[in-house]
Design a protein around this ligand. Structure first.
Ligand code: B4P
Length: 241
């Protein structure tokens, strides 16, 4: 009787141990599988930010400082287009017709240019997009390109400046820049109208994903830079998690 009782206890203990062992092995494999799945689908750690705002709001001025501070790659579609124009490439000749009249260059031209810029810049810490996207179609194309790279936009910082201040800045820049789109108030006003109709909906696109933050864009370059850095540091801390 005692022997049978002991045997039953031993069997119970053994089967419990076996169950624990099986559970442990199963867990180990599941765990490995979970790690494997997470690893293969894992996001590449990049910090991508968009500097958004109307013409003359200081995107280019601030970008130069921010890319240096954070080690990001500066992607300015305005600069890329001006390079194409200076080199008199077919793309540049086509883009010039639009820029001279204060219009946006067609989406397919800009998106193709951004795509080839990505191909030339692999394994980077992140991008600072300056003046891109300027239409909702460009924003959607950017999302697709970043998804292919297993990354996304961390934050959109929008420089807020009144129209009168913008006109003053652009006419002033036009005196020395030689830019065809800066030396006539008519063309400058046309650029604002294009901004209101075609570019401002991009802000709503990013507001939906709560990535949008407005920054007061008037004051000294240093003051605005400090406000941008504060917002970037905050976004970086969240994006790390
Ligand atoms: P961009 O090159 O993007 O230039 P921007 O909007 O004119 O100026 P930004 O905001 O960079 O101002 P900046 O710092 O220079 O576009 C040019 C054109 O290219 C577009 O109109 C469009 O035709 C075409 N294009 C570009 N991207 C496109 C896209 N994605 N799709 C279609 N078309 C596209 O500052 C302006 C001036 O203000 C400077 O003189 C600066 O010194 C001054 N300034 C800056 N900060 C100041 C401050 N805090 N106080 C006083 N002045 C300040």
């Amino acid at each position: 009787m005692r022997l049978r009782f002991r045997l039953r206890i031993k069997t119970t203990v053994c089967s419990t141990l076996a169950s624990i062992l099986i559970l442990a092995i199963t867990f180990r494999f599941c765990h490995l599988r979970i790690i494997f799945v997470v690893h293969t689908g894992q996001k590449v750690h990049m910090f991508n930010l968009i500097l958004f705002g109307p013409p003359g709001s200081g995107k280019g001025t601030q970008s130069d400082r921010l890319v240096e501070k954070y080690g990001l790659i500066h992607l300015s579609t305005g600069n890329l287009l001006r390079e194409e124009i200076a080199n008199k490439t077919p793309l540049g000749k086509e883009a010039k017709k639009f820029i001279d009249h204060g219009q946006l260059v067609p989406d397919e031209v800009v998106i193709g240019m951004v795509d080839s810029f990505f191909d030339r810049h692999k394994n980077v810490n992140g991008f600072l997009f300056d003046g891109f996207p300027r239409t909702v179609a460009q924003a959607q194309a950017l999302d697709k390109l970043l998804t292919l790279k297993k990354t996304d936009i961390a934050v959109v910082l929008a420089l807020d400046v009144t129209e009168e201040e913008l006109v003053k800045r652009l006419l002033n820049r036009g005196k020395t820049s030689g830019r065809s789109d800066d030396n006539s108030e008519d063309v400058i006003r046309k650029r604002f109208a294009v901004y209101t109709n075609e570019t401002s909906p991009v802000a709503d696109y990013y507001k939906k994903s709560r990535k949008f933050k407005a920054i007061h864009g008037e004051g000294s370059v240093d003051e605005i830079n400090a406000a941008l850095r504060q917002a970037i540091d905050k976004a970086m801390a969240v994006h790390k998690d």
